[in-house]
Design a protein around this ligand. Structure first.
Ligand SMILES: [Zn+2]
Ligand SMILES: [Zn+2]
Length: 791
């Protein structure tokens, strides 16, 4: 057999699919659309192994649906309005975003992306992703900006958006407010110091990890049940070192046995402080600036950590520390930079979320989650929400918030026709007092745009761009059929998309969501920065995309999967075996006319029955998003039933017989191999296309295997298909005879004679003995009381 050149094959069919527009969405197709809300990767380098893993998994499902339903909408986009893209554009062009106007930077960004994106998308095409790349968007392009700004305006008009001066989560490193979804827990060591406050000339001990916030202290709390401090309530406590006084108040939330049972409330140490100050109507003392430095007193200009060190030294010198101990505790940090977050009072835009928790949980329940337990993560997230969605970011790059504010307090919105608009570039007069209004300088949280991906892509193919409230009249409708995504962004991308669809049209965004796991290496999470990343480009180069996809099909949705080269090797073996088996089959089909013979041989019928069962099982698995079971079932059938048995059974017949016996074998070989290829096609699109084009296309006519129909159970005349028990017995006997040959150290084709147990003999004697002789090379088969193989 000639060695097969996987690279050549994959290159050839990739080009063919593109040239023949095999995966193009057909607006004229009237079949029900299976629509996909494809995750947009960010273009800041090459595709990584995690992408290869999760995009392959979604592609298995979508390729199946294309063959099964005959009408798939599978667009492609890139997520380009976040920090990774900003850095990427800066690096490539050697510029600083902040030194340019936002409009200029976005223009440069779009220009650069136009050049760079096709290169990045190449990786996805090389993996065999069957998206329609002509339905393309970037989350920073004009169309996406327009939809995103339209969403803001719509929600503003619906009074779902408000602006408020409020202590919000703040990253002093990135110098922007952030959303709850961007928080990460980080374990760390902290110094827990017990400080001496004074009350009535006596020490009042309070433990804290944040002594630098002493200047921001506005009260101390004790529990009303705490007998130790009963007589102090209502009095004042003197803050150590700084010598100002704060009230001693009671609050039930204070834990009596935590620390000394006395709590200092600062503006703002954490969420507790924010709520406490609100509840007790205390006046906050803000001592922290946006850049994370202290803004007053002796420690002015120092960063938080420096200030903490300095004040501890001063407290120590003044003898105001009773005790210090190292503790381990969890700090909230910003997921992008790892900096501990602060609470700062700033004016921010919010989308109302907290008033919709119940509704959001109901919406989540209307969607089918695969695997099911991922729904729980969504529900827990919604239940645990403590803040509305803060959507304004003090960043330079991004989708501008489309609003102006007049000093009289009036807000001015743009006309829809003006979108996308940058309020820093366009002037507006106040509609009330006629003065010049000030354009909002901030941009939207990136999720505020990517939560609109269904509306963004739907409007790309719909005649009207008015997609999100009147989508009933349109071709691609919301809800979509499918959202594929990773589990770490359930609380962001999935959650925000569900929230937006609820607020814009009281809909769910998609009927199904499939959630993929992570790639691991030796059981550990991979990290590119630590150099443990596996390069999918190299894997494709060495083993081919089909083999990489074969590996990715090895785990169920939601499960993590170890990257193991041996799985790619197995994939490559299957590619070889499929090629060899196909060559064998078609070598014997040279005189085949494609017609069904009048009558099938019993063994051919029996085998075809098994093929039918395979189709039923695999179809069900794919419909349930269980592509790994579909793969396993097909693989097993192909090796064990088709290659090891059926090919051996018919070998002699197709070599020597003529007439109907030959035709029966030819017909079943053709049909069963075609079915097997179709079962494999969603997983391994390249090799299945190669074999289809080489051998089947002249009969089947359809221009790609991926556009053929997934076999439906009705393709054969069911009356032909029987002999279920007989086939089981047949396979069992063959396997026993082979075992005997192995035991006797004989080759598999060794001539033998068989004493067949009478029960088995009864079942096989009428129609199967010749086949049994063929496959075992037996010259004689006799009925007997005891099974025996003689050489
Ligand atoms: Zn940050
Ligand atoms: Zn005004």
């Amino acid at each position: 057999m000639p060695k097969i050149d996987i690279k050549l094959i994959e290159e050839k069919w990739k080009k063919y699919w593109e040239k023949e527009k095999i995966y193009k969405f057909d607006v004229k197709n009237n079949k029900k659309i299976y629509s996909v809300d494809t995750p947009p990767p960010s273009i800041s380098g090459r595709m990584h192994i995690g992408h290869a893993f999760s995009y392959a998994q979604q592609d298995f499902i979508i390729r199946f649906r294309r063959m099964f339903d005959g009408n798939v909408f599978y667009p492609f986009g890139t997520d380009d309005n976040g920090l990774p893209t900003e850095r990427f554009i800066e690096k490539i062009n050697n510029v600083k975003s902040k030194n340019m106007s936002r409009a200029d930077f976005i223009a440069l960004c779009l220009k650069t992306l136009k050049k760079e994106t096709p290169e990045s998308i190449k990786d996805f095409k090389a993996l065999g992703i069957s998206a329609d790349f002509s339905v393309y968007y970037s989350t920073i392009d004009k169309h996406s900006q327009k939809i995103s700004q339209k969403s803001f305006i719509d929600l503003f008009k619906k009074k779902e958006i408000y602006t408020k001066r409020f202590p919000t989560l703040w990253c002093s490193e990135c110098q922007t407010s952030i959303a709850q979804a961007e928080l990460e827990d980080k374990k760390g060591e902290s110094l827990f110091s017990t400080l001496k406050f004074k009350c009535n000339g006596k020490d009042l001990l309070i433990s804290t990890t944040r002594p630098e916030l002493l200047g921001a202290c506005v009260a101390v709390f004790v529990n009303p049940e705490d007998k130790r401090y009963k007589n102090l309530v209502g009095k004042k406590a003197k803050v150590p070192l700084l010598d100002f006084e704060v009230p001693i108040l009671v609050d039930k939330s204070v834990e009596i046995d935590k620390g000394t049972g006395v709590l200092m409330v600062c503006s703002y140490g954490d969420k507790y402080d924010v709520d406490a100050i609100n509840k007790h109507k205390l006046n906050p003392k803000i001592i922290l600036d946006k850049d994370g430095t202290l803004n007053s007193g002796k420690y002015k200009g120092l960063k938080i950590k420096e200030a903490r060190k300095k004040i501890l030294e001063d407290l120590e010198k003044a003898g105001l520390i009773k005790e210090k101990k190292q503790i381990e505790h969890v700090v909230n940090v910003h997921d992008k930079c790892g900096t501990a977050i602060e609470f700062l009072e700033t004016d921010q835009w919010f989308i109302k979320i907290l008033d919709k928790k119940k509704k959001l949980i109901e919406q989540g329940k209307k969607i089918k989650w695969y695997p099911e337990f991922m729904y729980k993560r969504y529900e827990n997230w919604v239940k645990g929400l403590e803040w509305d969605w803060s959507i304004s970011r003090e960043r330079h790059f991004g989708v501008p918030i489309p609003i102006w504010k007049c000093e009289c307090g009036e807000f001015i919105l743009p006309d829809e026709k003006e979108l996308p608009v940058d309020p820093l570039q366009t002037k507006k007069k106040c509609v009330k007092c006629g003065k010049n209004a000030k354009g909002e300088s901030r941009v939207l949280d990136t999720w505020a745009t990517s939560s609109m991906t269904p509306q963004i892509v739907a409007s790309l193919v719909n005649s009207s761009h008015d997609s999100f409230d009147k989508s009933n009249a349109l071709k691609v409708k919301i809800p979509f059929s499918l959202r594929p995504q990773a589990h770490d962004i359930i609380r962001t991308w999935a959650f925000y998309t569900i929230a937006k669809s609820l607020m814009h049209g009281n809909k769910i965004p998609w009927e199904n969501i499939v959630v993929s796991g992570f790639v691991k290496l030796d059981g550990k999470k991979m990290s590119k920065s630590k150099g443990t990343g596996v390069d999918p480009q190299k894997a494709i180069e060495e083993y081919g995309a089909d083999a990489l996809r074969f590996w990715a099909a090895g785990s169920k949705l939601g499960n993590d999967l170890d990257y193991q080269e041996k799985d790619l090797i197995t994939g490559k073996k299957i590619i070889n075996k499929l090629t060899n088996a196909s060559n064998f089959v078609f070598m014997n089909l040279k005189d085949y006319d494609g017609k069904k013979p009048k009558k099938l041989e019993a063994i051919d019928s029996a085998f075809l029955n098994r093929v039918l069962e395979l189709v039923k099982k695999v179809t069900k698995y794919f419909l349930d998003y269980e592509y790994s079971k579909a793969k396993f079932e097909t693989e097993n059938f192909f090796w064990k039933i088709f290659c090891d048995n059926y090919l051996e059974i018919v070998k002699k017949r197709v070599y020597v017989e003529t007439g109907d016996k030959r035709k029966s074998a030819q017909y079943v070989l053709y049909q069963s191999l075609l079915v097997i290829l179709k079962m494999f096609a969603p997983i391994m699109p390249f090799i299945t296309e190669e074999i289809y084009q080489e051998h089947f296309k002249k009969f089947e006519k359809t221009k790609s295997i991926h556009l053929t129909e997934f076999p439906k159970v009705g393709i054969w005349n069911l009356e032909d298909l029987k002999y279920h028990i007989e086939f089981d017995v047949f396979l069992k006997v063959v396997s026993k005879i082979r075992a005997e040959k192995t035991k006797a150290q004989k080759p598999m084709n060794a001539e033998c004679s068989i004493d067949l147990h009478e029960g088995d003999y009864m079942l096989l004697k009428n129609k199967f003995l010749d086949d049994l002789k063929n496959v075992t090379n037996a010259k004689e088969i006799k009925e007997a009381k005891v099974f025996k193989v003689k050489f």
